[in-house]
Write a protein that binds this ligand. Structure first.
Ligand SMILES: Nc1ncnc2c1ncn2[C@@H]1O[C@H](COP(=O)(O)OP(=O)(O)OP(=O)(O)O)[C@@H](O)[C@H]1O
Ligand SMILES: [Mg+2]
Length: 275
């Protein structure tokens, strides 16, 4: 019996932040096993889409729908979405001093695997968890010592990325959204994500990579590349589109979509006036 791959569907999504319309009708479908790249100039709405997908309270859906295998997600909180198999690696990961990597992961993994668990109830067995954690760390070439560190506290760029990949490996989401910032990522950090992701992705996982780093896509070749401009996906192509954008930038995209380019310009002027 063959099972249908899961599908994460975004239909006519409009999102506002503090009363300002940011996303203006995004359509996108990601199936398990597919790798999608999302590109676009700064401020086009890529991170807004990622945060909206995982249910960040600041991002208000004003129209349209997000669904997973037909189940609407719009009203679900971030934990419920995570339990359904959605994972977001943040562009700017949080620091939680006093919480060790291993403890954080044990809680996160237990919550995902035992959706009925209430706060304060027992976590998965320490023995079972440690065995799985150490095995996964070995597979990803992450030093065992890392599990004893405090979460993101004093982590280098590369270590934050290791944490991201380790979370991904332990949580085994059906859909992984990676929002990779340009700034502050040295080549070591890019390699960590790039290699880690290529080890983890496969038929069971759908991936959306937001990145300006060509190297990340080299090892994780997208079947689809989407270009966002002024809150809409204006073009979709294959891996060669990502390559073209890396090589030549967005001038061509703006030329091909003058209406969106004009909206982008207008939003910039508004923003400057507001500040
Ligand atoms: N929390 C917020 N409050 C106010 N405006 C916001 C907020 N988040 C995003 N915006 C605005 O929404 C627009 C889209 O921002 P977003 O961060 O989604 O862009 P991006 O495509 O991820 O850009 P980058 O490539 O720089 O990461 C920008 O104009 C930004 O100023
Ligand atoms: Mg962003």
């Amino acid at each position: 019996m063959s099972q249908q791959p899961s599908s994460l569907k975004i239909e006519n999504l409009h999102v506002g932040v503090d009363g300002v319309d940011i996303l203006k009708g995004v359509n996108l479908e990601i199936r398990q096993g597919e790798v999608h790249a999302l590109m676009g100039p700064n401020g086009s709405g890529k991170s807004t889409l990622a945060y909206t997908l995982v249910g960040h309270p600041k991002y208000e859906i004003t129209e349209g729908q997000i669904s997973l295998d037909g189940t609407p997600l719009n009203e679900l909180d971030p934990n419920e979405r995570a339990r359904l198999g959605l994972f977001l690696a943040f562009q700017y990961p949080v620091t939680i001093p006093g919480v060790r990597v291993a403890d954080f992961l044990r809680t996160a993994v237990t919550n995902i695997r035992r959706p009925e668990r209430r706060d304060g109830e027992e976590l998965m067995s320490l023995r079972e968890f440690r065995k799985e954690l150490l095995g996964t760390m070995q597979q990803l070439n992450i030093d065992q010592e890392f599990a004893r560190r405090y979460l993101n506290d004093g982590f280098s760029g590369g270590e934050k990325k290791r944490m991201e990949i380790l979370q991904l490996a332990m949580l085994k989401p059906r859909f992984a959204l990676l929002d990779e910032t340009d700034s502050g990522l040295d080549s070591d950090a890019v390699r960590v994500v790039s290699e880690g992701l290529s080890k983890l992705s496969g038929p069971h996982m759908g991936v959306l990579i937001i990145t300006h780093h060509e190297r990340l896509l080299e090892f994780n070749r997208p079947q689809y590349t989407h270009v966002m401009l002024a809150g809409r996906i204006v073009e979709t192509g294959d891996a060669s589109l990502a390559h073209e954008l890396h090589a030549h930038g967005y001038a061509g995209v703006r030329e091909r979509h003058p209406d969106a380019a004009a909206e982008e310009q207008a939003a910039k002027i508004q923003e400057t006036a507001a500040n």
